[in-house]
Design a protein around this ligand. Structure first.
Ligand code: TXA
Ligand code: MG
Length: 357
């Protein structure tokens, strides 16, 4: 890309009570067709006016994102959804009322008004209402729906801190709003409401268990936990087919009996190191002491998958910065937020999974 570097405004705000003047600056940029990175409760997003195709195009340029990967439209009010979609089923309505604002993205039938640049030409549009004071204030002040993918360079881990956005997008976007660390740390759950049976296309911040309480019939897209090459299922969510969340290093995931993972990981690490590779290990709190003198990065406790989700992408970036050639990660239970964590880990590994018995 030979795009000239542009001046990126850095706006540091109070995350709980964002200063109106600073939000107004960012909102004006959005109204003028510019692009602004902002925090949400999941990860940082890179926003543009969703109804302005030229503005939306800038998102793809800044990220280096393939044009056939559609964007999520962010709203600050359920009432805005009616302008973007052709129909809302009673079930979809219940989902919004129950889980919004929050880490749930709904796939709904789109109206013509939503540009092809947003939907990648699909007949559906992804919509969510983020649960973050800064994101909500920005959308309200802009007065337009805000299309926003995660604010990383395409192929890099999603940003959970403003510094991650700066590293990836400084000079490529009009402004970055720094609202501190994002809470959840993995992206929203994407739920297709246009299929006969509501289907999770991407596990994320809203857990399957919580969804099932309101929507017992919810299904999991078969493409979620297996490598795309291993499944005959056509990727329903276009983004799913790309190698996502990938750090520079090659990633290996070790799954199975928790207590026995460190032994296998140590052996894999020694083998790789014998070949001259620099290896980083992502361990859980429970197992950290099982690595002897070896340095590991602790992602959190197995009893608190939220902590692990919160730290995961940041650890990927840290390992890249340290120049690791290989990352070996302990697997955790697929329960609760563990499902999203394992989905991101397995995808980052290109489904190179080692099972211990
Ligand atoms: O938490 C999140 O969802 C963050 C924050 C910024 O909101 N956003 C995010 O956006 O993760 P992105 O672009 O990185 O991921 C959006 C996912 C992609 O997998 C994309 O393919 C899928 O949603 N998607 C978007 N529109 C779709 C549609 N109409 N049908 C099916 N999948 C869609
Ligand atoms: Mg993304």
């Amino acid at each position: 890309m030979n795009a000239e570097s542009i001046e990126t405004k850095l706006l540091k705000v109070n995350a709980a009570k964002p200063e109106a003047e600073k939000i107004a600056v960012a909102a004006e940029i959005l109204r003028q067709g510019g692009v602004v990175a902002f925090p949400t409760e999941t990860v940082y997003g890179l926003g543009a006016d969703a109804l302005n195709p030229a503005a939306v195009a800038k998102i793809f340029t800044a990220k280096g994102r393939p044009g056939d990967n559609p964007l999520i439209v962010h709203v600050a009010d359920i009432a805005e959804v009616g302008k973007l979609v052709s129909s809302i089923s009673p079930v979809a309505c219940t989902m919004m009322r129950t889980f919004w604002p929050g880490p749930l993205t709904l796939i709904l039938p789109r109206r013509e008004i939503v540009p092809d640049a947003v939907t990648a030409g699909l007949e559906t549009v992804a919509i969510r209402m983020p649960d973050h004071p800064v994101a909500l204030a920005l959308i309200r002040a802009a007065g337009v729906p805000v299309a926003a993918p995660s604010a990383n360079l395409s192929g890099k881990p999603s940003p959970t801190r403003a510094i991650h956005v700066q590293v990836d997008l400084m000079g490529k976007v009009d402004a970055i709003i720094d609202g501190g660390d994002t809470g959840i740390g993995v992206e929203s759950t994407v739920l297709d409401m246009t299929a006969e049976r509501p289907l999770i296309l991407r596990p994320g911040g809203l857990t399957l268990e919580r969804l099932q309480m309101v929507l017992p019939e919810v299904g999991l897209d078969p493409g979620i936990m297996v490598a795309q090459e291993e499944t005959s299922v056509l990727a329903r969510s276009p983004g799913v087919k790309y190698k996502h969340y990938a750090p520079q290093a090659e990633v290996l995931v070790v799954e199975g009996e928790a207590e026995r993972q460190p032994e296998t990981i140590r052996r894999l690490a020694e083998d790789a190191e014998a070949k001259g590779k620099r290896v980083g290990i992502i361990a859980t709190e429970e197992n950290a002491y099982r690595y002897g003198n070896r340095q590991v990065i602790v992602s959190g406790s197995r009893r608190e998958p939220l902590t692990i989700a919160h730290n995961l992408f940041s650890i990927f970036r840290e390992m890249d910065a340290e120049g690791k050639d290989m990352i070996i990660a302990e697997g955790i239970d697929d329960k609760d937020l563990g499902m999203a964590v394992m989905n991101r880990l397995r995808k980052a590994s290109g489904f190179r999974i080692v099972k211990v018995h």
